[in-house]
Design a protein around this ligand. Structure first.
Ligand code: ADP
Ligand code: SF4
Length: 588
């Protein structure tokens, strides 16, 4: 089975010379393998196409994918958006009593799965010419496990509740205070109890539009849990939350799953592992097609994902395996220290920060871990000389490049133009091209308008615009947000290489433990009381830093026997108790 896909967000018929049409050997022989439709957009006939692949390489915008698929998939198509549009094959089966996870790259169809299972999209089974129709769906699924589920969806006797991916957008559609929203949810559950559990008490009377991302995330999760529904979907519940909150939210979702069906999309693998019991991996080609693979136990699914090879399906989706070090590697710093800073303090009207003394080396990536709002940005601004400490003096001024946690782009322009606005002539440097543009696959984004980018795409653009600048210190605040697990691993490599090759250093705030493990040479540990007091110590070597950080959280990690990846221990399990008493919270 051969599919021809046109990535509509890349196709720019006004800016190209219709290379696909011009060079297609079949068209040249006089048939209609490609016809130019409305506004010059090519329509590719899958029946006539011989799969030579010439159009793929000729298209200047990388907008065409011609892909050979296993024949058996043909019968299992669930939905197709348009003639040369995205196709989804197979579906996960919702189940009561356990959290089901969906894991796969961005653009592989996870949201489409949720839209179908929540009844927002009636699947058309590949007949894109007309709207999907329940009778046809029920006929196709007769005698399968999904039949009952679809019958209930068709009769509207199943009530779905969805926590959307982009919580930042909620204040635009919902107004009022946290308490008004949560007490207004139509359901019988106790809002006050959940407000307490999710640490929302302090912000009860606050307007939604005044909330931080992490607060909005917890409010959105609470509002979803409070709904009286039969199936609950959580699309990336961890973004903007610190690790303590991620684990806390996971427990709330797990409890919900004992009585209800729950499906979660999550890219923080330590959290997905902790949260879900069964995981469906999704593979395919971004924007072209996605296949839901067989369910696996969470452990097996994540190990398989890291290995990059689906054995049962015989599909390789990455040409290397992602591995973790059981012992932190020893780093030498031949280029010596970039900065030695003394104890520093800074007081604002309602927040004060104090730090210990420390050293930043050339080429070092320092992970900054700890709760939100304990002074990480304030600290780095003092280091870079942007903010004068009240006590203590930073010896020299350093050039700082900063990627904030919440990314907004004020311009209305293409990504290419935006990169030029941010980087100027550096956008043409060999360094940017080789170390940033290539690895972050910026070429695929350049022609898009900055206003049309998805969260993950915006994150890549912001990373490129920051790492492309020459600087002494890069401050990256939650670079993993909205990136899929694969992109997180790639981004970690990009940051490490930029810092090593340019003899700079990076301070990276993030809450995804796997990401921190892959990116950081050392750790600064922040503690205190969010929004009022911050205490920062370090940088420490990874073992000391992880132990201090996880001790504050009261969480230990064991190692997976097969892949050595860290896994959260159950609180008070034998290993948890042993590790706590020996003081080895991470590298046990
Ligand atoms: P994921 O959630 O895994 O990131 P999505 O389900 O959002 O993936 O999207 C998969 C692909 O489906 C997208 O790349 C896009 O090409 C296509 N798609 C999604 N929604 C629509 C739509 N309404 N119309 C046409 N194509 C769509
Ligand atoms: Fe034409 Fe070859 Fe492209 Fe098929 S793959 S549309 S035959 S150029």
């Amino acid at each position: 089975m051969r599919i021809a896909v046109l990535l509509r967000d890349r196709c720019q018929p006004k800016k190209c010379s219709h290379e696909c049409y011009k060079y297609c050997p079949r068209v040249r022989m006089g048939d209609e393998t490609i016809v130019l439709g409305k506004k010059g957009i090519p329509e590719i006939s899958e029946i006539l196409c011989v799969g030579c692949g010439i159009c793929i390489h000729k298209c200047p915008f990388d907008a065409i994918k011609i892909i050979n698929l296993a024949e058996e998939l043909e019968k299992e198509i669930v939905h197709q958006f348009s003639e040369n549009g995205f196709r989804l094959f197979r579906l996960p089966t919702p189940q009561e009593g356990k959290v089901i996870g969906l894991l796969g790259p961005n653009g592989i169809g996870k949201t489409t799965v949720i839209n179908i299972l929540s009844g927002n999209q009636v699947p058309n089974l590949g007949s894109f010419e007309a709207e999907g129709n329940w009778d046809t769906v029920l006929e196709r699924y007769a005698g399968t496990e999904m039949f009952n589920y679809f019958s209930k969806l068709a009769n509207e006797t199943i009530r779905p509740a969805l926590k959307p991916q982009y919580v930042d957008k909620l204040p635009r559609v919902i107004s009022g205070t946290v308490s008004e929203l949560l007490h207004g949810v139509d359901g019988e559950k106790n809002a006050d109890e959940l407000i307490e559990r999710l640490d929302l008490d302090r912000i009860r009377t606050r307007e939604l539009k005044k909330l931080s991302g992490g607060e909005l995330q917890r409010v959105a999760i609470a509002a979803t849990v409070l709904k009286d529904a039969d199936i609950y979907f959580f699309d990336e519940p961890s973004s903007y939350l610190d690790i303590y909150q991620r684990l806390n939210v996971s427990k709330v979702i797990q409890e919900l799953s004992r009585e209800k069906q729950v499906i979660v999309i999550e890219h923080d693998l330590a959290i997905l592992d902790f949260l879900s019991e069964s995981v469906y991996l999704m593979y395919g080609s971004e924007g072209a097609y996605g296949v839901v693979a067989q369910p696996r136990s969470a452990r097996n699914a994540i190990n398989t994902y890291l290995g990059g090879f689906l054995e049962k399906e015989n599909i390789r989706f990455r040409n290397y395996a992602i591995t973790f070090e059981v012992k932190p590697p020893r780093r030498e710093w031949p280029a010596g220290p970039m900065l030695e800073f003394p104890e520093l303090t800074k007081k604002f009207p309602s927040f004060s920060l104090s730090t210990g003394k420390g050293t930043v080396h050339y080429g070092e990536v320092i992970g900054m871990v700890g709760p939100n709002a304990t002074g990480k940005t304030t600290f780095v601004e003092m280091l870079a000389g942007k903010l004068e400490p009240d006590t203590g003096k930073v010896p020299q001024e350093l050039e700082l490049a900063y990627k904030p946690q919440y990314i907004t782009i004020e311009h209305d322009c293409s990504v290419r133009e935006y990169i030029y606005i941010e980087l100027g002539s550096e956008a043409e440097s060999g360094f940017y091209r080789a170390q940033v543009e290539g690895p972050l696959a910026m070429n695929k984004l350049y022609n898009k308008n900055v206003g049309d980018l998805s969260g993950g795409e915006l994150q890549r653009v912001a990373l490129a615009a920051t790492l492309g600048k020459s600087a002494d210190i890069y401050l990256l605040d939650e670079p993993s947000a909205y990136l899929d697990s694969n992109q997180r691993m790639e981004a970690a490599k990009v940051v490490r290489r930029v810092v090593e090759k340019s003899s700079s250093s990076a301070l990276v705030v993030d809450h995804d433990v796997y990401f921190i493990d892959l990116i950081a040479d050392s750790l600064m540990v922040f503690t205190g009381k969010p929004s009022s007091l911050g205490i920062a110590l370090g940088p420490f070597d990874l073992r000391t830093g992880m132990n201090r950080f996880l001790k504050n959280l009261d969480v230990t990690f064991r190692r997976d026997k097969e892949t050595h990846r860290p896994r959260v221990n159950k609180n008070d399990s034998r290993l948890d108790r042993e590790q706590k008493s020996s003081g080895e919270f991470y590298y046990a």
